[in-house]
Design a binder for this molecule. Sequence first.
Ligand code: AVJ
Ligand code: FE
Length: 434
Amino acid sequence: MTTLKERIAAELSAARDRTLAYTDTDDYLLTRQHSPLMSPLVWDLAHVGNFEELWVLRKAAGLPPMRPELDDLYDAFTHPREDRPSLPLLGPEEARRYISDVRSRTYDVLDTVDFDDPDPLRGGGHVFGLVLQHEHQHAETMLATLQLSRQPGVVGDGTLPPARTRSRSESPEVHIPGGIFTMGAGAAAGLGAASRPWAYDNERPAHRMFLGSYWIDRHPVTNGAYIAFIEAGGYREPQWWSPDGWEWVERSGVEAPLYWTKDEDTWWRLRFGRQEPVPEDEPVIHVSWYEADAYARWAGKRLPSEAEWEKACGGRLYPWGDQEPGPEHANLGHRASRPAPVGAFPEGASPYGVEQLVGDVWEWTDSCFRGYPGFRSFPYREYSEVFFGESYRVLRGGSWATHPSAIRTTFRNWDLPVRRQIFSGFRCARSELL
Ligand code: AVJ
Ligand code: FE
């Protein structure tokens, strides 16, 4: 039997291996800013360690600061991403040394921590869940930066299951009957209890919601379906776009998902520095909320609300149940550097038969990012609460780049509606016609 402490130690070391693998490249690539949307990779590298120092060593264990002068540099709120390259950041080697010094002290704290401690950070090992979740989120951010860098070589490939041949009787949409369901995660808990898993403040409290009946797509929208929208003149027709979305199209001149180009009759995409024909049967990726919203209107549908998305999962930790994600369930954890074809994970279906809800692409929803009724910020307002309001749209389900331990059916991600450097796609829904 592995103990909870052993499990946390193993997960910490796996997360760190991943961070170090994504930053195992030349100093130029690490220190350069590849896009004003993203930090230099070396910022993420040291920020992960500074966050761990702040939460595990100082707040949970009460240790004094190791390098107080670093806090300001790596506070995401003091300096916006576009300003980070001009800061006196630690160099790659110094950053690696700093985060490894923090990590060895983290293991000391883990050795002595009491999981029954009433303190909400120490109890149940909550703070270790926080830093694990955070490090894996930054690893995904680093992948988005590496994709933006257009450099070949840093990110490798892998293999995925092929699309299953779909049985003819399987409808492209799934009907979800109306009624009450419970949305969100239960009370704050540690890493130990499978029935009460680790969750962020924005996933709580669990609350009952009534939804009318609706239809939701069985799979995310594919590249092939999205190409039909483009070729039908979708980017030239204001009627499909929200007013802000149309303004964005006119201002930016976009005509296709990020990284796409057309050559004669073939659509190509750039993926980690290599050009390849766009595969028709994979979920579309690198689209903005505006594009997802316009496609849905063109298709005679709409985006699901996040409540509709979550209900379609069937009320468990994962769509397929409570078992940890395996290769048969979902494309998570960077098995390959791409989404899998639709239909590749019949065993990952929800009880309603909705597939690929988790993994492959983050799915844009129609919902703005807000606190659930009774929301209480924990442990810090700057993680979620300061983003609540009209500006951000919620994404659900995780992508191929999301670590399996960093996703669950209640997990909420958010971004601005113009953003598409993230691994974002979508599926459509529609209300039941009465
Ligand atoms: C949840 C992805 C929007 O990157 O801004 C990382 C995650 N917050 N460190 C972000 C996050 C603090 C956050 N997103
Ligand atoms: Fe962070």
